[in-house]
Write a protein that binds this ligand. Structure first.
Ligand code: NYM
Length: 211
């Protein structure tokens, strides 16, 4: 890719076990195969000190108030912003598993206020596209090891799905919704078409910030 052109920031969002990780990997392989300089990342990033606390919390080994864990998830994104920005400006497309929208969706599903939850996300890099894998949570409970981690409960996932739906309506200019119940290949084929367009279009645009 031309060094003057930036990479695209593409985010996958959806409920637990919706297939994001598989689609993220397949998109990475496709773009890389086509010669697009691409990297994968994910939130939470459990490799940092903050990520380590988040990991303990998610595995039910540590209790934290809803507010504290919310802010830690957000801080975990902020600690990665400079390096992601550097990669994008160097021409690397970044495909990210979960982002600020998960941060808000899971905390609002617990009962926290939407605007309070969004506030710490303001100023983070704005994705060029969010690929929302929309699923009926009832279908997801049959997927392997469901229920082991915190939040993998049907009623809770239904609430989380509603917040994602709300984002997909509000931010429809850059949210793209895909039916997670489709076969892996079908989903990949649909995502690939949109992703290639986004990569081309983003190269010419300045990076945005969440507002
Ligand atoms: N999660 C993820 C949040 O509650 N807030 C956030 O900001 C992020 C990024 O972490 N159940 C939740 C959603 C998931 C859990 O994510 C772990 P994953 O993609 O399963 O590793």
């Amino acid at each position: 890719m031309n060094a003057n052109k930036r990479g695209a920031l593409i985010v996958f969002e959806g409920c637990d076990r919706c297939g994001k990780t598989t689609q993220n990997r397949q998109l990475f392989e496709l773009l890389t195969g086509k010669g697009v300089d691409t990297m994968q990342t994910n939130f939470p990033d459990r490799s940092t000190a903050i990520g380590n606390v988040i990991n303990h919390y998610l595995q039910n080994n540590q209790e934290l108030s809803d507010e504290v864990i919310h802010l830690l998830f957000s801080a975990n994104r902020w600690e990665r912003m400079n390096s992601i920005k550097k990669d994008l400006l160097a021409g690397t497309t970044v495909i990210c598993d979960r982002y600020a929208y998960s941060g808000v969706a899971y905390s609002v599903a617990k009962g926290l206020d939407f605007n309070w939850c969004w506030a710490p996300e303001i100023g983070l890099l704005k994705p060029d596209a969010v690929f929302y894998l929309k699923a009926t949570p009832d279908e997801l409970t049959t997927r392997g090891n469901y229920g082991e981690e915190r939040y993998e409960k049907l009623d809770f996932q239904r609430k989380v799905g509603q917040i994602f739906d709300r984002f997909s309506e509000k931010d429809s200019s850059y949210w793209h919704t895909f039916e997670a119940s489709k076969s892996q290949q079908e989903l990949h084929a649909q995502i690939a078409i949109v992703a290639e367009k986004i990569v081309m279009q983003s190269a010419e645009k300045p990076l945005g910030k969440l507002a």
